[in-house]
Design a protein around this ligand. Structure first.
Ligand code: PLP
Length: 440
């Protein structure tokens, strides 16, 4: 069978023009590596889209899923599958303690769609949702409208109404042109003003650490302040932990870093370690109780799918058995140090930022911090130097997910030091090309 031909002619490559797609045909994967049909091995240095948290081939998770398939592969969600209760019970043990009731879907975007609807039902007649420019919340209508980056531009003007932008805590390129710490966290303080001027704000949604837009770690004061502003103004605080959840930062959820508790937490990706599709919208007790006498007007045929739910308790057990949170902290320290060393040696490395096993290398092409590419390039389908370097890395057998001017380093959480070295060494090789551009 000519796999490549069929894939190209009869399946879509997303977020891309179709012409020119030359897919690598992947046939198997184990640990932190995947293999193509020529037997070539690739180190997965980004956990694909920051989702293969337990690596590939975890037998405990596979067996839990198999067992569920063999006992009850599907029952419509008006019935009560035992595994749904087991998944909820397991989640309660690891989620922030405000979160007490769950809606299960099959993706991050659906988790956020549900969060928007729930917020609007609960806060009616308030309906506005605050979201940041440098953000990604998913590709379906509400989520792409919340999304602040170039991916929203494709669907404009057909976006959901009621989204209001707030600035992001991106200190390397402060949108307010201020400098930390003299800025007094103006990006958060300004939100109070926005809420009051807008009126009818139902919620604010943020990625606690911005993911695809370049692993933007906020200054330590930002999240507690934003949480407090939401509370004082009586709006809901939604933490989009689709990417940051599940040990990625060395905590179960990134909000734990600052000890803050959201009213709604959305997650997906690592919740099943990507063995099966899953999306989770967790809400507070108060929100849950609101629906005792109000219709929860939402749902899907595949919501709370028993096979997807089976992964949740199994994944949580694996995190505990493998002591992954401590492992991530230890490996994160090592990876962070190795990446920071690159900054000393390579003039094109503008910024290294991250926490746990979630890092970005932001590249610049001159001393004015000009990026190698921006959202206009992505919108126009133009390859940037960083896209080209990522391709080069793939040829070298290292997969790294990238933005227009940054690499995202987010390996499976089971990675060891030798594997980290392999990935960082390969990156160091291609950085020489970026340095040459800088010096031109
Ligand atoms: N939210 C965040 C923070 C994400 O990073 C993503 C995907 O990368 C999503 C939502 C959407 O998740 P999905 O691709 O599962 O729909």
């Amino acid at each position: 069978m000519d796999y490549k031909k069929i894939l190209k002619e009869h399946t879509f490559k997303t977020w891309s023009k179709q012409k020119g797609w030359e897919p690598i045909i992947v046939t198997q994967a184990r640990g932190v590596y995947f293999y193509d049909n020529n037997g070539k091995r690739y180190l997965d240095f980004s956990s694909q889209f920051v989702n293969v948290n337990l690596g590939y081939g975890n037998e405990k998770v596979i067996n839990a899923i198999k067992e569920q398939l063999e006992t009850l592969q599907y029952i419509n969600p008006s019935f009560g599958a035992e595994i749904r209760a087991k998944a909820a019970e397991a989640l309660l043990q690891v989620m922030p303690k405000t979160i007490s009731k769950f809606f299960f879907s099959t993706s991050g975007t659906e988790a956020n769609e549900a969060a928007v609807k729930i917020s609007r039902f609960y806060k009616k007649p308030s309906y506005k949702i605050l979201a940041r420019y440098r953000s990604y919340h998913g590709s379906t209508e509400a989520s792409i409208s919340l999304t602040g980056d170039y991916r929203r531009w494709f669907v404009e003007p057909n976006t959901m109404n009621g989204v209001v932008r707030i600035p992001e805590p991106y200190c390397f390129r402060c949108p307010l042109k201020l400098k930390y710490p003299d800025c007094n966290i103006a990006c958060a303080n300004y939100v109070d003003y926005i809420i009051k001027q807008e009126k009818n704000v139902a919620a604010v949604i943020v990625e606690p650490i911005t993911g695809t837009n370049g692993v933007i770690v906020p200054p330590k004061e930002y999240m507690p302040l934003l949480r407090q502003i939401a509370k004082e103004n009586d709006i809901l605080f939604i933490a989009d932990e689709v990417m940051t959840g599940w040990g990625r930062t060395g905590e179960w959820f990134a909000v734990n870093i600052w000890g803050i508790e959201p009213d709604i937490l959305t997650t997906a990706k690592g919740a099943s370690a990507s063995y099966v599709p899953i999306g989770i919208t967790g809400v507070s007790k108060e929100i849950g109780e609101f629906f005792e006498d109000n219709i929860f007007a939402h749902g899907h045929t595949f919501e709370a799918h028993p096979v997807s739910l089976a992964a949740i308790p199994a994944v949580i057990e694996e995190y505990k058995r493998l002591n992954l949170l401590s492992h991530v902290k230890a490996m994160g320290e090592y990876l962070g140090k190795r990446l920071n060393d690159l900054k000393d040696r390579h003039i094109s490395v503008g910024d290294i930022r991250g926490v746990g096993l979630f890092w970005a290398i932001e590249l610049i092409k001159d001393s004015k911090k000009t990026p190698f590419g921006d959202y206009e390039d992505k919108y126009n389908g133009k390859l940037t130097l960083v896209d080209i370097l990522a391709k080069k890395l793939l040829e070298k057998g290292v997969y790294v997910y990238n933005g227009p001017s940054w690499f995202i380093i987010s390996p499976p959480l089971i990675i060891n030091k030798e594997e980290i070295d392999q990935g960082v060494d390969a990156i160091e090789e291609v950085l020489k090309d970026a340095d040459k551009e800088f010096l031109k």
